[in-house]
Design a protein around this ligand. Structure first.
Ligand code: AR6
Length: 177
C-alpha cells in the first residue's frame, strides 16, 4: 500500500530490509554499532565486513541519533544506522526517542542527497516496543518529514511478516482518515 505525501510517497510492504533497492536502508542498531541480532544481524550478514569496519571507525551512536556507512554488498548504496529506545513502560522518553530515530535518519538522507529510504520497524523486536504504538509514531514522523522535505521522494517501511504489515496498514489507514 502507498500514499502520496506532499511531493513524495510513503509506502508499506511486507519483506526483508536487506533486499531493498532504495538508495539507503536503515539499520535498527545498538549504541555500540558493532552488530547484533534481528535487522542488525541480517544487514551485516548480507552487506559484508565493510559496514562493520566503518561502524568501528565511527565508534558508536547515542539512542535517537543516526550515523551513515556505505552499503557494502547490499543493493542499497548506504546504510543509515539508528538506535531505537529500549521500551520500558512508555514513560521514559521512548516515544520521543523513537520519533527522533526516524527524523534523524531522514535528516541524514537529506544531507547526503539520498532520495529513497527503506526503514524497518525500529525498536519493535529485541527492544520490545509495542508494534501498534510504534507504527503510529513511525508513520506520523515520516509523514510530517515528507510534507516539509520534497527532496525525499520515497520512504518505504519494510515489515517483517504479515502480522507486522497488517499493524502498519491499519495505522496508515487511520492516519489518513
Ligand atoms: N527485515 C525487516 N524487518 C526485520 C528483519 C528483516 N530482515 N528482521 C527482523 N525484522 P530488531 P530492535 C523486524 O530486533 O527492536 C539488535 O540485536 C523485527 O520483526 O531487529 O530495534 C541490535 O543490535 C522487528 O519488528 O530491532 C540491537 O541490540 C523489527 O524488525 C537490537 O537488536 C525490529 O527488530 C535492536 O532492537
Amino acid at each position: 500500500m502507498e500514499v502520496k505525501v506532499g511531493q513524495g510517497v510513503l509506502e508499506i510492504v511486507e519483506g526483508d530490509i536487506t533486499q531493498q533497492d532504495t538508495e539507503a536502508v536503515v539499520n535498527a542498531a545498538n549504541t555500540s554499532l558493532l552488530g547484533g541480532g534481528g535487522v542488525d544481524g541480517a544487514i551485516h550478514r548480507a552487506g559484508g565486513p565493510q559496514i562493520l569496519e566503518e561502524c568501528r571507525q565511527i565508534g558508536g551512536c547515542p539512542t535517537g541519533e543516526a550515523r551513515i556507512t556505505t552499503g557494502g554488498n547490499l543493493r542499497a548504496r548506504y546504510v543509515i544506522h539508528t538506535v531505537g529506545p529500549v521500551y520500558r513502560d512508555g514513560l521514559h522518553r521512548e516515544p520521543e526517542l523513537l520519533a527522533s530515530c526516524y527524523r534523524e535518519s531522514l535528516k541524514m538522507a537529506s544531507a547526503k542527497g539520498i532520495k529513497t529510504v527503506a526503514f524497518p520497524s525500529i525498536s519493535t523486536g529485541a527492544y520490545g516496543y509495542p508494534m501498534e504504538a510504534a507504527a503510529r509514531i513511525a508513520l506520523k514522523t515520516v509523514k510530517d518529514y515528507l510534507a516539509e522535505h520534497p527532496e525525499i521522494q520515497r520512504v518505504r517501511f519494510v515489515l517483517f511478516g504479515r502480522p507486522a504489515y497488517e499493524v502498519y496498514e491499519k495505522a496508515l489507514k487511520e492516519s489518513f482518515k
